[in-house]
Design a protein around this ligand. Structure first.
Ligand SMILES: Cc1cc2nc3c(=O)[nH]c(=O)nc-3n(C[C@H](O)[C@H](O)[C@H](O)COP(=O)(O)O)c2cc1C
Length: 188
């Protein structure tokens, strides 16, 4: 059985390296993970004023994320944190009283063109996700920081750095073991 994963693309760039990584993972782990990218580009800026009449594309986004066994966050770093568009999407996920991702198995990958590979963004993301209205069952450890990503992905969108690919393979295996332990919790 493949695990149905919705991958929230934290970048709004049409040439996003983080999207390319997700597309690479979709192909490489096809037998184990059924990955679908979820885009956040068109989401309205969150406001409590909109909560009485939530925009249709926000509802669609939340339903799409909910319709999954697990969630993957693909995170670039903007100014030592997560991009504003991703924070906006997460703010929507946290509201409405439906606890869209609570207890849902989740894991994080991230890359940047700098050497630290989005480490600061991911530290912030883990903190944000620990809010009780979000609180997915987040894979501990397994911190995927892909630095200098522009040198590790070729024209065809393939991850060509062997060490990074081997590490990603291991993280996916660790996630699957974690998923199998946690899926019972996420189904209640
Ligand atoms: C507004 C902005 C801020 C950025 N800030 C950082 C940063 O703080 N640290 C970093 O390593 N890279 C930073 N970068 C470079 C990004 O890592 C790089 O653009 C990366 O490709 C973004 O991911 P994406 O290709 O998936 O969109 C920044 C880029 C932009 C556009």
């Amino acid at each position: 059985m493949t695990v149905k994963v919705k991958a929230i693309i934290g970048s709004t760039s049409s040439t996003s390296f983080n999207l390319k990584l997700v597309e690479f993972m979709k192909k490489r782990y096809a037998g184990q993970l059924d990955i679908t990218p979820v885009f956040i580009n068109e989401l309205e800026m969150f406001s409590v004023d909109l909560e009485s009449n939530v925009p249709a594309n926000v509802k669609e986004f939340k339903d799409n994320v909910k319709d999954s066994d697990a969630v993957l966050f693909a995170v670039p770093e903007y100014n030592f944190s997560i991009p504003g568009a991703l924070k906006n999407a997460i703010d929507w996920l946290s509201r409405g009283g439906d606890f869209t991702i609570k207890d849902k198995p989740a894991f994080i990958i991230g890359s940047s063109m700098g050497v630290l590979g989005s480490v600061r963004a991911q530290i912030h993301l883990r903190e944000i996700l620990s809010n009780p209205s979000l609180s997915p069952a987040l894979l501990p450890g397994n911190e995927v920081y892909i630095g200098s990503v522009h040198e590790k992905i070729n024209e065809a969108g393939e991850l060509i750095d062997e060490g990074t690919v081997a590490f990603l393979d291991q993280v996916v295996q660790n996630f699957l073991a974690f998923y199998n332990k946690n899926k019972a919790v996420s189904l209640v």
